[in-house]
Design a protein around this ligand. Structure first.
Ligand SMILES: Nc1ncnc2c1ncn2[C@@H]1O[C@H](COP(=O)(O)OP(=O)(O)O)[C@@H](O)[C@H]1O
Ligand SMILES: [Mg+2]
Length: 434
């Protein structure tokens, strides 16, 4: 702590200094006899308290005070005006210019000491406040930085969650495509054999036509050819291959359509959703498309029961809604599969409309959710799965998509060992701020 005394009277300075020393004021004391020197000292040293005489030659104490207070740097320096009774008017002005207190001349020891001590106390408070503030500022900027990093990590994880979903699905989707691809290719092989047979029959017909055209109609010869044709038709099962060929072609068409649909859904799902506009969609269409993508995940061990009532279209981002539905159904599938049960699991999807909302309930008869976890499942990174199966972000993202992005609601109800129901509520109408 450093005190600066500015007074044109050396006598006063010496007296003031001796009082401070005698009273064990634990401070460094710097002194000078005019305002200019005072301002210079202030510039070069850390001064905490100034005792400033008002009436001085050249620049007055009031002027010095003004100049000090002009500089923000000295805002909280304590300034005690050193004043005699005649200076009353000046005292008033000093307070207007930012003096913090005054000490009277001639010096009254008790008053002088207690005012200086008070100024030192205030100054000490200020210093510790300043330190606390700077610690707080440091902490705050650390927090801001951490927050930024967390946000980046979260964005990365959101991206990763979708990629992970696509990755997990890829094998299943390939399988789903392989199946129709298998029979389309075997149908094509059979059809190509049928064509060889058709060709040999056609050859006989051509021969017949040739003979008739040549006009040397030999009845026996013609009958012979006809007999041969009939025989060949029987031998080649032409009636059968005609009927079967038609069936194979229809079958192949259906297979190709299935492949096209799956590829289309996958392409839709994988698309960069930022570019995807909101539009009006049928929730049940979105669910059907999603089911198509994840069919391979459930078809061997779980039945899906659909109870779709007719509902209005909802204004939404289709890819985002599909991501939510997919995560909820995959969660249900994983939960059921984790039970290693002997019977088939069941997932019921119900869609209905209520007032201005379309509601979708997805219920599974899996293991349910433990009471201590039910409040945590929407938290980011909460998962009960191992690292290859879950990121713990699925439901957190689902919440963000349904509640924040679509103005809807999502909640869960579960009974341990019996069932889990996820309910999604989506407004039919466009959100005001969307
Ligand atoms: N249908 C369900 N049955 C049982 N538990 C579930 C079900 N759906 C979600 N959970 C629980 O919620 C947790 C969080 O799910 P989610 O956010 O999708 O992350 P992840 O699937 O990556 O674990 C899961 O780990 C699981 O414990
Ligand atoms: Mg999940």
């Amino acid at each position: 702590m450093k005190i600066l005394i500015i007074d044109d009277s050396k006598l006063v300075i010496e007296y003031a200094k001796s009082i401070l020393l005698e009273n064990n004021i634990n401070c460094d004391i710097v002194t000078c006899n005019n305002g200019e020197d005072g301002l210079r000292i202030l510039e070069n040293e850390e001064i905490d308290v100034i005792i400033l005489d008002i009436v001085m030659p050249n620049i007055s104490g009031i002027e010095v005070l003004k100049r000090i207070r002009l500089n923000k740097k000295y805002d909280d320096v304590q300034i005690l005006m050193f004043t005699s009774l005649q200076d009353k008017e000046f005292l008033k002005i000093s307070f207007e210019y930012g003096a913090t207190d005054f000490v009277r001349k001639p010096i009254e020891v008790i008053e002088f000491i207690s005012r200086v001590k008070a100024a030192i106390r205030v100054r000490n408070y200020q210093l510790s406040l300043r330190e606390a503030l700077s610690i707080l500022e440091d902490r705050n900027s650390q927090l801001v930085e951490l927050n930024k990093q967390l946000k980046e990590a979260q964005d990365y994880m959101v991206q990763k969650e979708k990629l992970a979903a696509i990755g997990q699905l890829a094998a299943g989707v390939a399988h789903e495509i392989n199946n129709p691809l298998g029979y389309v290719s075997s149908n094509t092989e059979t059809l190509s054999k049928y064509i060889v047979k058709y060709k040999s029959i056609i050859k006989e017909y051509r021969r017949l036509i040739e003979i008739i055209e040549k006009n040397n109609l030999n009845f026996d010869e013609i009958m012979e050819i006809i007999k041969n044709i009939k025989k060949l038709e029987n031998k080649l099962h032409i009636n059968f291959i005609s009927e079967d060929g038609e069936m194979l072609i229809n079958d192949s068409f259906e297979g190709i359509e299935r492949i096209t649909k799956i590829v289309h859904s996958l392409k839709n799902f994988a698309r960069d959703e930022k570019n995807d506009e909101y539009d009006n969609y049928d929730l049940t269409d979105i669910i059907e498309e999603t089911l198509l993508l994840i069919k391979n995940e459930y078809k061997y061990s779980i039945d899906i029961e659909k109870d779709f009532q007719i509902t209005s279209q909802i204004f939404c981002n289709r890819i985002q809604i599909s991501q939510v539905i997919m995560n909820i159904i995959i969660n249900a599938v994983q939960a059921i599969k984790s039970q290693n049960r002997n019977d088939r699991g069941l997932i019921r999807i119900k869609v209905y409309q209520q007032e201005g909302y379309v509601i979708c309930e997805i219920k599974d008869n899996g293991p349910g959710i433990e009471k201590q976890n039910i409040n945590k499942i929407f938290n980011p990174f909460f998962t009960t799965k191992n690292i290859s199966q879950g990121t713990g972000l699925g439901l957190n993202i689902a919440y963000d998509i349904i509640v924040n992005k679509h103005g809807g609601d999502i909640f869960v109800e579960s009974e341990l060992g019996k069932y889990t129901i996820f309910t999604i509520v989506l407004p039919i109408k466009k959100l005001e701020n969307n």
